[in-house]
Design a protein around this ligand. Structure first.
Ligand code: G6P
Length: 611
């Protein structure tokens, strides 16, 4: 949700900012802008993507060794040139880029209007720029103090980079709620919403904490709290390589990430499964294991695809660890008055580790005394810092807005957790446990086999590319896969799609079925196989088109369905990891065939740091 990048040093800032914004574009792509500061002040911004910004700056002055940039996901005010960041204060003293939401902006704006301020945009960020300037001019303080005083009046979330045109050799950064990383080089500093724009130049980073302010010039970095307490910055080595954030030979990040799943899943369990494949070690939750094992219940909170992984987790925990589980949309959980106690374990699942609702939900559960466990992909992000314990998914950076490899890595972690806890609670016998661990390690090879059928899946995509509605059906732990399949399709191809528990079809969706309705049925061999065969017959009886995901060698469904996609046989609890792959591939190809922007679908952003 909005990406920020900034640079102060001896290099020309422009290419660093542009490249950085391209890396952060997954966070929003409604408009983009930069400000180049020390050699005169040049602000360029426009609606559209970073490539539009490049066209816009073409032929203009782009020198300067200090600058900031922003790529926007619109919250306050439509995507437009005016609403694009950076925002300048009315008298041109301050320039600001912002990620987050200033909740009390309307009240602050009214006060500033009363003091004679005019506004050029509809954004909350311009309010902040003017608030800082107003304090700076009225109180006659330096820029840093003006920023800190302004922030004491602000309610909301922010990652900010600010420049004062009277103090052009320094940048001021501040964070509350929205992420900010500082890259530390030799007489140079980088700032960004995540480490991806920075790793090309330095592997030394500082993850800013909430309510911290950094005052950064070429020569030095000062960190303090908003209240002026000195802070010692903790420099860490970032574990991210430039190849990981490159598309390589793939046309889209999404396709690259789909193909990475054999290795990303192996990376998730690497070092966590004993060599004889009979044991699981999850170092990050070792200390919390007794609390989890004796939990009254587990509450899983998440959003989007991570919520779907949570639903698979519910099935696994209940089946193998025999602990009752509730899976909650973080946004619903936090605004209800949920009954949470110290005997509950709350598991937050988040790829980015920054999703505002998930973060708020765990803060609330923490206050109620629950043990909080995180399952996140991005190291150093906010959610892992708020949890008592957790497990990183180690899927590597996921850039495509539609989540693929993060989902399968989350499900892998949840599978390992369920087995480990099941064993600890004696709910799972040794033989089943070892057998399932061994089966889990076979998943990467089985995914490689599925990936070989991409051509066949693409042909099916060609047949259904013009569909207006699509239904996805599954049962048990394959119901969340149906939801995920439908989400993938609607996110990137803009086709209306719905996932349903297969048996629920007769309570409504069946009314929609006719010869124009493609129905994806996830029907691998498991205990509800016979039931799902009946569901397929019900669809066929109404002339629906059935595309079935089946276990290799299935002849029964093959004779009924219009198309089948085979996946290798596996333990039924692991079937989500295999069956989701063809659904990802089909959504990808349908979106490409429809000419959609697969990696940056309209209106979406990968990291949702607004509530
Ligand atoms: C956005 C993304 C989804 C993601 C969801 C939750 O909607 O587009 O792909 O599943 O946020 O994000 P998280 O980072 O918490 O998993």
């Amino acid at each position: 949700m909005c990406g920020i990048v900034a640079y102060v040093g001896e290099r020309t800032a422009y290419p660093i900012l542009i490249k950085g914004l391209q890396r952060l574009e997954y966070r929003g792509y409604d408009s983009a802008g930069i400000a180049l500061l020390n050699k005169g002040i040049h602000v360029y911004k426009c609606q559209g993507k970073v490539k539009d910004l490049e066209k816009h700056t073409n032929g203009n002055a782009i020198s300067g060794t200090i600058g900031m940039g922003h790529t926007r996901w619109a919250t306050h005010g439509e995507p437009s040139d005016n609403n694009a960041h950076p925002h300048e204060s009315e008298n041109g003293k301050f320039i600001v880029v912002h990620n987050g939401i200033i909740e009390n902006y309307a009240h602050l704006k009214k006060e500033l209007i009363n003091r004679g301020y005019n506004f050029k945009s509809e954004t909350d960020t311009e309010v902040l720029a003017n608030l800082i300037e107003n304090i700076y001019l009225e109180k006659k303080v330096d820029a840093e103090l003006a920023v800190r005083l302004a922030l004491t009046k602000v309610v909301g979330a922010y990652g900010l980079v600010i420049s004062c045109t009277d103090e052009k050799d320094q940048l001021i950064a501040a964070r509350k709620g929205s992420p900010l990383v500082i890259g530390v080089g030799d007489k140079e500093y980088f700032l960004a919403s995540d480490a991806t724009p920075i790793v090309e130049y330095t592997d030394q980073v500082i993850y800013m904490n909430d309510e911290e302010v950094a005052i950064i010039s070429r020569e030095k970095l000062d960190m303090k709290s908003i209240q002026n307490d000195a802070k010692v910055p903790k420099i860490q080595k970032v574990d991210l390589s430039i190849e990981e954030i490159d598309k390589g030979d793939y046309e889209h990040f999404m396709l690259k990430e789909i193909y990475e799943q054999p290795s990303s899943i192996a990376d998730t369990y690497r070092g966590r499964i004993s060599l004889d494949k009979s044991k699981i070690f999850l170092g990050g939750i070792t200390e919390a294991l007794p609390a989890i094992a004796k939990a009254n219940r587990i509450i899983i909170v998440a959003c989007g695809t991570s919520w779907h992984a949570g639903l698979v987790g519910e099935y696994l925990f209940e089946e193998y660890a025999r602990i009752p589980v509730e899976v909650e949309y973080a946004s619903e959980f936090r605004y209800r008055n949920p009954v949470v106690s110290a005997d509950d374990v709350v598991i937050a699942i988040s790829q980015s580790g920054e999703t505002a609702d998930t973060l708020a939900a765990i803060k609330m559960a923490k206050e109620a005394g629950a043990t909080i466990i995180g399952i996140c992909n991005v190291a150093g992000s906010s959610i892992p810092r708020e949890t008592h314990a957790g497990v990183y998914t180690h899927a590597g950076p996921e850039i495509g807005v539609a989540s693929t490899k993060a989902f399968t890595s989350q499900v892998t972690v949840l599978t390992m957790m369920a087995l480990l806890i099941g064993k600890k609670r004696l709910a799972l016998d040794e033989i089943t446990y070892s057998h399932m661990v061994d089966e889990l390690t076979q998943i990467p090879e089985k995914i490689k086999e599925i990936l070989k059928s991409e051509k066949h899946i693409k042909e099916i995509a060609e047949t259904y590319q013009k569909a207006s509605n699509v239904l996805y059906l599954g049962r048990g732990c394959l119901f969340p896969v149906a939801l995920e399949g439908a989400l993938k399709l609607k996110e990137i191809s803009y086709i209306h799609a719905e996932g349903y528990p297969a048996a629920e079809m007769k309570h409504g969706p069946i009314a929609l079925i006719d010869e124009n309705m493609p129905v994806f049925v996830i029907a691998t061999k498991d205990k509800s196989y016979e039931k799902i065969v009946s569901n397929i017959q019900e669809v066929k009886a109404r002339n629906g088109k059935v595309i079935a995901i089946v276990t290799k060698g299935d002849t029964v469904i093959t004779n009924m369905a219009d198309h089948v996609i085979e996946v290798p046989d596996c333990h039924e609890a692991l079937a989500p990891l295999l069956t989701v792959i063809p659904l990802q591939i089909i959504s990808y190809h349908i979106a490409v065939l429809r000419g959609c922007n697969v990696d940056q679908p309209r209106n979406l952003a990968k990291s949702v740091t607004v509530e």
